[in-house]
Design a protein around this ligand. Sequence first.
Ligand SMILES: Nc1ncnc2c1ncn2[C@@H]1O[C@H](COP(=O)(O)OP(=O)(O)OP(=O)(O)O)[C@@H](O)[C@H]1O
Ligand SMILES: [Mg+2]
Length: 609
Amino acid sequence: MRRNAAGAAMANALPSANKATDTAKLCVTLARFIFMTAPRRFFLTAGLLLIGGLTESLSLVMLLPFLHFMGGGNHSTHLSIPTGFLSSIFGPTVETELWVALAVVATVIISSALITRARMLTMSRLLLDTLNKLRMDLFRSIASTRWTTFSKMRVADLDHVLTGDIDRVQQSAVSIFMLFQNGVFLIIYTVLSCILSLKMTAFAVVMGFIVFLIQAPIRKMSAEFGDKLTRERQTQYRTINDFLLGLKVTKSYNAEQRYVHELGAILERMKADALKYSGFTSLSNIIFQSATAVVACVFIYASYAVYKLDVARIVLLLIIFMRLAPRFSDIQTQLHSLFVSIQALSAMQKVVTECEANKEEARVAGDEGFIHFKLKDKLSFSHVRFSYGNGDVLKDVSFDVPANKVTAVIGPSGGGKSTIADLAMGFITPQTGHIAVDGSRLDGTTSRAWRDYTAYVPQDTYLLPASIADNLRIARPTATAQDIRKALLLAQAEFVYRFPKGIDTIVGDGAQKLSGGERQRIAVARALLKKPDLLILDEATSALDANNTDWIVDMLTKLSKKVTILLITHNPAVLRCAHRVITVQDGTVAEMKDVKRRNKKPKRKSENR
Ligand SMILES: Nc1ncnc2c1ncn2[C@@H]1O[C@H](COP(=O)(O)OP(=O)(O)OP(=O)(O)O)[C@@H](O)[C@H]1O
Ligand SMILES: [Mg+2]
């Protein structure tokens, strides 16, 4: 069986939220994910960082002889450069002309700039690859999870994870890259400064370590703030989502102000938290800058008055120090920002873990045990018990849906009719009993393949905010305009051709441009376009007036010669086309009636199949 390889890789790379609760683990998890995305590019980036750092520090070291000679007041253009610790290779001095030395320095600086550019490009590519992979893995996980799991999740939360949270994880990834870059530079400069003066470097390292320790509470606070931010942003998304989705109802009750107040309160809370956090981090900057100034003064005094280093060396050490300090400061800032944003990874992990644990382990063509369904005999429910977790909706339901017949399911509201439709589609599986298509059972591994042969018009019609043609092509992407026309005519949706743009008419958000009945007819046409083996209509014609029932009966009667139909309806008039009527009540089949019917001659010539 083929698993979603990318999703599985992410689930492995991102352990469950329980295992990786603390911030440091989250950071390591993300760093590992970056590495796993493109190990070779990761090493290339690291190599370029190292070479870049070395060339940059080399250009600094090269300043030493110039400072030395200029400090000596000697205006000769012939240089005799002491080689220091490299004397075993080059001898005690290297003799050269000033212009040659300057040309070498310029070459090193230009090379350093070129390497920096290459490094930036490689890093950007790695970052973009990582984020795209992260997004795609998350999206695939959600797409391949079981319907039952998905239906329990809030769309606003998923929306937040897929957009807001992932953007924050992007910030974390950038911080990790910058930390890595600054870390490499920090090490190179420290080594360089060790060569110039071990004692002074040791002093600077100890001071740096102390400053780092002092900032520990700020890091802790950053993590807490990040966690809070995740929750508050989630609430904000939920409020906005609820408001937008239910705007018509909200307006009908003049309840807009409630949402306005709610959002206002959330934003105020978020502002107060953000200001509190800014107060702390700005304090951290003050601590750092003050500490840097004190350390620099002590540094100059100690190197000049105590260790009596020559001026050229002190100047170079100071240059290194001045380059190191901002990097060190950047590391602090990046750590704080990382600790805030990385909390979003935890929210993402929860979704991925939940989705991966409840993955639809669908067999695909070529897998062992893959079933090519063909509904020739019957779809059967055998002693099906189903519960959403709150008492049994279906207690013991057994019935057959015979092939190429219309089977109607009727019964009181809340009796479990739509649940039966979901079971027949394989969206949900029974707790006990089973559902089979010509004897092949529907379960987590076979349901997806079965859905290739079914079409479902649910109770709540959903149309994409796209063109009518696009909406129909969800069912069959290769359908021609002629196929679409046939399906629309069969579903009595010829009104589409009265629109100036015909099937290219955009239906708008929530298909607002169409009436309820028009929406239903387009949804029926979409199902017909698929040419399914089993067609499930769940109150699919409820928005149509009584005058329209004739064509429904006519259409279903004609269709049933080639298609098996499961019809859920409250409309007794439509029952005229049913060969079998099943009444579902109190979680059981209260009555099952076969209707002996003579098929009338079809009135219309247009037929979809
Ligand atoms: N996703 C769900 N989670 C929990 N309970 C659910 C869910 N869907 C339906 N139910 C419950 O299951 C019962 C049966 O619901 P179902 O939608 O199958 O009824 P129905 O017969 O189609 O009703 P109607 O004629 O009103 O459409 C109801 O009590 C409902 O509250
Ligand atoms: Mg229903």
